[in-house]
Design a protein around this ligand. Structure first.
Ligand SMILES: *[C@@H]1O[C@H](CO)[C@@H](O)[C@H](O)[C@H]1NC(C)=O
Ligand SMILES: *[C@@H]1O[C@H](CO)[C@@H](O)[C@H](O)[C@H]1NC(C)=O
Ligand SMILES: *[C@@H]1O[C@H](CO)[C@@H](O)[C@H](O)[C@H]1NC(C)=O
Ligand SMILES: [Zn+2]
Length: 475
């Protein structure tokens, strides 16, 4: 006889659910965005659900009927975008998405990459099932092929995240990781050496770098940096070389078949410590539905270029750190943080001493008429790290107006969920306003793509590692 049938449960995120006394403790599959709130997906049995409902008044819970042998679970949700960008109500977007999934147009074999023969197969309705739905999010059960290609058929402003089939250990960031952040914040003071070093990030160089990544330079041959494309391989090899030229030791981390690798580069500490600070961006991209051109200039050519600009400034100034510093360009972000998940999980399993992680995702777009801004995540991330970044911003990039953004859930989420102190830097203290977001027109040469803002935010990311890790200049 089999054990009790599993039930899926979706309910508002609440840490008390995860506490020991609750029968839901240890049953968490993940926390995901839904509009302005966070929902927890749990897997449990009927007995737990009945005892739990008996002692709660919550009417917002949802139970999937007993699901036997469901396939890959995916959470899809509308991202935080400015109302001015939305043409359709989220529900209509979702309906169209389901139509695309069940009855794709003729000739749906969209070749992304003729060399690798990867294409979207005609989806049958049996390829997916909608288990749970709100106006701004849904939980789907899909076959693995659909799971990997969802980002190509999703509405532009929606994002998919794979949901594991076994409970995850949700590791809160321990106080011992927050203490050092607080202490750096408390003793924070303007440092003229930091200022000179971060100022040396070069805008002309960043212009060239981002134009290589988008293919706008006409030399790189990159049409797309979608994780499955040939262009993403060109970008990975190029990034590795550029980082190595700055004195870093790099490796390409293959994390899943078919995906471009993470590019992981490291500067060893000059003092004896296991402490490691990570700054990162994601170099994979998305384009418009049905188009093979995916330049990803802002998303996330800008963050990748910032990290590369920082590497170049490290070399130019002979910076040596007092903690190990890793610069990472992730792949697989658009399919659901695959690359960063793999790396964060690997680091956790090695019990790596990652002391801080700051992800740069979308730094360059400034809505005409708005001031330069820096957005920090409202919901996913370590508040103390966001505070440190905010205060560092006021020292070295006072022109940035700092605030919170509901846009969330880039690669720092993978580290946050493994108990590592982390945050993200973003281009706006509000929802996404870039009209070319997830569009094949996301080039660097266009109105609103602001290299001054890109540099101002890169300076903050750089100054954060200088202050947090400690450094010397060997020049
Ligand atoms: C950080 O900045 C805020 C706002 O400017 C300020 O009130 C606070 O004192 C600063 N924190 C520290 C520890 O310097
Ligand atoms: C570095 O520190 C560790 C732990 O304190 C110690 O075991 C090791 O010998 C040290 N290595 C060097 C090169 O000093
Ligand atoms: C982690 O690195 C930090 C910074 O160098 C250090 O203070 C701390 O002792 C390290 N923690 C462990 C467990 O080694
Ligand atoms: Zn992004």
């Amino acid at each position: 006889m089999r054990g009790p049938l599993p039930f899926l449960l979706v309910l508002p995120f609440d840490t008390s659910l995860l506490e020991q006394e609750s029968c839901l403790s240890g049953k968490l599959l993940g926390n995901y965005r839904d509009g302005s709130s966070i929902k927890s997906v749990m897997i449990t049995d009927e007995e737990c659900i009945s005892s739990w409902t008996a002692q709660t008044e919550s009417s917002s819970a949802f139970f999937a009927p007993a699901i036997q042998g469901f396939r890959q679970l995916v959470w899809v949700a509308e991202e935080a975008v400015d109302d001015s960008l939305k043409l359709l109500a989220p529900q209509d977007e979702f309906t169209q998405f389901l139509e695309r999934l069940s009855s794709p147009p003729q000739g749906e074999e969209t070749f992304l990459d003729s060399q690798q023969d990867i294409f979207i197969e005609t989806y049958q309705h049996s390829d997916y099932e909608v288990l749970y739905q709100t106006p701004t999010a849904a939980l789907l059960s899909v076959n693995s092929r659909v799971a990997l290609h969802l980002d190509e058929v999703l509405p532009r402003f929606w994002k998919s995240i794979p949901v594991p089939s076994f409970p995850i250990e949700f590791i809160p960031v321990p106080p011992s990781s927050i203490e050092p952040v607080k202490s750096v914040l408390e003793s924070l003071a303007y440092n003229s050496a930091v200022s000179a070093v971060v100022d040396s990030i070069s805008i002309p160089q960043m212009k060239n770098d981002v134009r290589f990544l988008t293919g706008e330079d006409g030399q790189s041959g990159i049409l797309s940096r979608h994780s499955f494309s040939q262009g993403s391989r060109i970008a990975a090899a190029w990034l590795k070389q550029r980082f190595e030229e700055t004195g870093a030791t790099c490796r390409l981390m293959l994390f899943m078949q078919g995906f471009a690798p993470n590019v992981i580069c490291r500067y060893e500490s000059i003092v004896n410590t296991t402490g490691t600070v990570i700054i990162s961006g994601h170099y994979d991209s998305r384009g418009s539905f049905g188009s093979t051109r995916m330049p990803g200039g802002d998303d996330d050519g800008s963050g990748t270029t910032a990290v590369l600009g920082i590497a170049r400034a490290i070399a130019r100034n002979g910076v040596k750190f007092h903690q190990n510093v890793e610069l990472v360009a992730f792949a697989g972000e658009e399919q659901g943080l695959y690359g960063s998940r793999a790396y964060a999980n690997q680091l956790r399993s090695l019990d790596a001493n990652v002391t801080l992680m700051v992800q740069a995702d979308m730094l360059a777009y400034r809505k005409p008429g708005e001031p330069m801004q820096l957005g920090l995540p409202k919901s996913i991330g370590t508040p103390e790290v966001a505070q440190l970044v905010a205060n560092i911003s006021s020292l070295y990039s006072p022109e940035l107006e700092v605030g919170f953004t509901p846009a969330c859930c880039s690669d720092h989420q993978s580290f946050y969920e493994q108990g590592y102190a982390s945050t993200q830097v973003f281009e706006r203290a509000g929802p996404i306003a870039d009209p070319m977001y997830h569009n094949s027109g996301d080039l660097s040469d266009r109105e609103g793509f602001d290299f001054d803002q890109l540099k101002a935010i890169a300076k903050v990311q750089f100054a954060t590692i200088l202050h947090y890790a400690g450094f010397e200049l060997h020049k």
